[in-house]
Design a protein around this ligand. Structure first.
Ligand SMILES: *[C@@H]1O[C@H](CO)[C@@H](O)[C@H](O)[C@H]1NC(C)=O
Ligand SMILES: *[C@@H]1O[C@H](CO)[C@@H](O)[C@H](O)[C@H]1NC(C)=O
Ligand SMILES: CC(=O)N[C@H]1CO[C@H](CO)[C@@H](O)[C@@H]1O
Length: 538
């Protein structure tokens, strides 16, 4: 099988070839050839923005689109079938068991994740596509270890999160260049399933991560228009919810909805990544040094401003304002600790529903009922677009307000070092979603930890004890904590832990921390794949 200009470096077998068909690869090649140069120039533009911020400029709402924000006449597309009521959404990676359990969880929708809760080994990416296809065709039932996994009659509505614009898919080259990871994930899912989804009364629905500019949303919209034409389905069949999880995107919420308006199904508060991005974008700014993560709550000024602006913006344009992730998982064998954790979930969900959110996220099926009960009690209709929050006046200064009280403690440093090490080591082995201290963690956990540690060391922040934080101090904490990491997560291998240790030590020494650990550590997945790929610097 060959498609001109397309090279597949990942392993192939009969099952994989059902996904990597010639027509599907030809579609990927068409996407690449049409959109790659725009993707590259948008990624270059991100660097220019960062340079301006490093030079002391502050982010602001774009002036060239003031007319879009001021125009009250436009609204987004009506909710597509199955997306009218999204009060609880479950998220997780695309392994077969997870897909069945999540679809059966009782949540309204399932966001099947090719991004941050998934380590993008070749097997994970292709098996994920197989599992989603089988779920849509209702051919996913299987038996494992004497237990039967069987899709229920009314499963959750499926949404898919492709990777962000910054990631390549190094195992598929078009004209000798790696294809975009996002286009690969989107393209295969769309090509194989869009028509079946429409036939079953729903549609191809997506979550779009990590955008930093409204022009990046325009690029997705152009991809959608192209793709719908390519397979001859009506325009405006696709729906996409955009995660507002970078600091620059918070200044473009309205424009992002506008660009995608006929395909938009709202915005989501990707709160953990938002904190990560907040630190990263303001890396040169001493005033943005934050205390221990536990003190960076949803109530601190910049987080509160972001949530209120997101709800107001969505409801003005009549789309869903989705809340954030509750990463809690049930704590087995400790009634009191479990009850305390579940009360935290309740308080968080109550804050969201009373603020005006139209739904929320969970990471474990057993949390569904807790979140559902809160939303059922406080959100009587399918959504609350009528909650316009016209009282809200969020300024640029509010989105950047770093008055956060709290301190940096040795405990905070230690627990975040160990979280960063545990997550990175698991990821290198091909596992992007791990239970850690009773939380279901994805890449955002390790990313906040990495950036906080870098920020403290870079700006020589003080611990509550008065000691100055230096790369050397963090290096010592890393050495002290590393031996205990293997007890946190089952199955971590010494060689992977060693990579995580040297990676983290190197990161905190750098003038600037790298943009994404998922880019840095990608090369280690070659071992998981058991196949050599050509470097993307080709
Ligand atoms: C959006 O859809 C409406 C109704 O189908 C159509 O009139 C309009 O041209 C579309 N706008 C864009 C930007 O695609
Ligand atoms: C930041 O928020 C705090 C608490 O709401 C407020 O007192 C302070 O004036 C704000 N600072 C700026 C610069 O807006
Ligand atoms: C994932 C993790 O363990 N994060 C910890 C980072 O440190 C804070 C203290 O500030 C803990 O509360 C977090 O649990």
């Amino acid at each position: 099988m060959t498609v001109k200009g397309v090279t597949v470096l990942g392993k192939r077998n009969a099952q994989y070839d059902e996904i990597l068909t010639d027509p599907a690869l030809a579609f990927l090649a068409a996407l690449h050839r049409t959109f790659e140069s725009t993707r590259q120039s948008l990624l270059t533009a991100r660097i220019a923005v960062q340079q301006r911020l490093d030079a002391g400029q502050y982010l602001d709402f774009p002036s060239e689109t003031a007319h879009v924000r001021a125009d009250p006449s436009w609204i987004c597309a009506p909710p597509a079938p199955g997306l009218e009521d999204r009060r609880v959404e479950i998220t997780g990676p695309t392994d077969r068991k997870m897909v069945v359990n999540a679809l059966n969880s009782g949540a309204k929708t399932f966001m099947a994740d090719f991004e941050d809760s998934n380590a993008p080994s070749w097997a994970n990416m292709i098996n994920g596509q197989i599992n989603l296809r089988d779920a849509i065709l209702r051919k996913i039932d299987f038996i494992q270890g004497g237990k039967s996994y069987k899709l229920s009659k009314n499963p959750a509505v499926l949404l898919v999160r492709p990777r962000g614009w910054h990631l390549d898919e190094p195992r598929v080259l078009v004209d000798n260049r790696p294809i975009s990871g996002g286009l690969f994930d989107f393209g295969l899912y769309f090509f194989h399933n869009a028509k079946a989804l429409v036939a079953s009364g729903f549609g191809p629905y997506f979550y779009l991560p990590k955008m930093e500019h409204y022009l990046e949303a325009r690029l997705w919209n152009d991809v959608f228009l192209f793709s719908q034409s390519y397979i001859h389905i009506p325009h405006n069949t696709i729906r996409a919810t955009v995660l507002i999880e970078t600091l620059p995107a918070a200044f473009h919420m309205e424009e992002i909805l506008f660009e995608l308006r006929n395909h938009s199904s709202g915005l989501n508060c990707g709160r953990w990544d938002y904190i990560f991005s907040f630190i990263k974008k303001r890396r040169a700014d001493r005033r943005a040094v934050l205390p221990d993560r536990k003190d960076v709550t949803m109530e601190v000024p910049f987080m509160d401003a972001y949530v209120r602006l997101l709800i107001q913006t969505c409801h003005k344009r009549k789309v869903a304002a989705m809340g954030g992730m509750s990463a809690m998982i049930p704590i087995k064998g400790d009634e009191a600790a479990n009850e305390a954790a579940m009360n935290k979930v309740r308080a968080d969900k109550l804050r969201e529903v009373t603020a005006g959110h139209d739904g929320t996220w969970i990471a474990h099926p057993l949390i569904n009922k807790i979140a559902m009960d809160i939303f059922d009690k406080h959100m009587l209709g399918p959504h609350q677009y009528h909650v316009r929050r016209e009282d809200v006046k969020v300024t640029a200064a509010d989105l950047l307000n770093t008055s956060v009280s709290g301190q940096i403690t040795e405990d905070g440093v230690k627990s975040n070092v160990s979280a960063a090490l545990a997550y990175s080591a698991a990821w290198i082995a091909g596992n992007g979603c791990i239970p850690l201290n009773n939380l279901m963690e994805d890449a955002a956990t390790a990313e906040i930890a990495r950036l906080q540690l870098w920020q403290w060391a870079h700006h020589n922040a003080h611990l509550d004890s008065g000691d100055v934080i230096t790369p050397g101090y963090i290096g010592k904490v890393v050495d002290g904590v590393a031996p205990n990491v293997k007890s946190l997560v089952a199955g971590i291998k010494d060689e992977h832990l060693a990579i995580a240790v040297s990676y983290l030590k190197d990161q905190v020494k750098r003038p600037w921390a790298s943009d994404f650990l998922t880019s840095d550590l990608m090369v280690y997945l070659e071992k998981v794949d058991g196949a050599k790929w050509v470097r993307s610097s080709l």
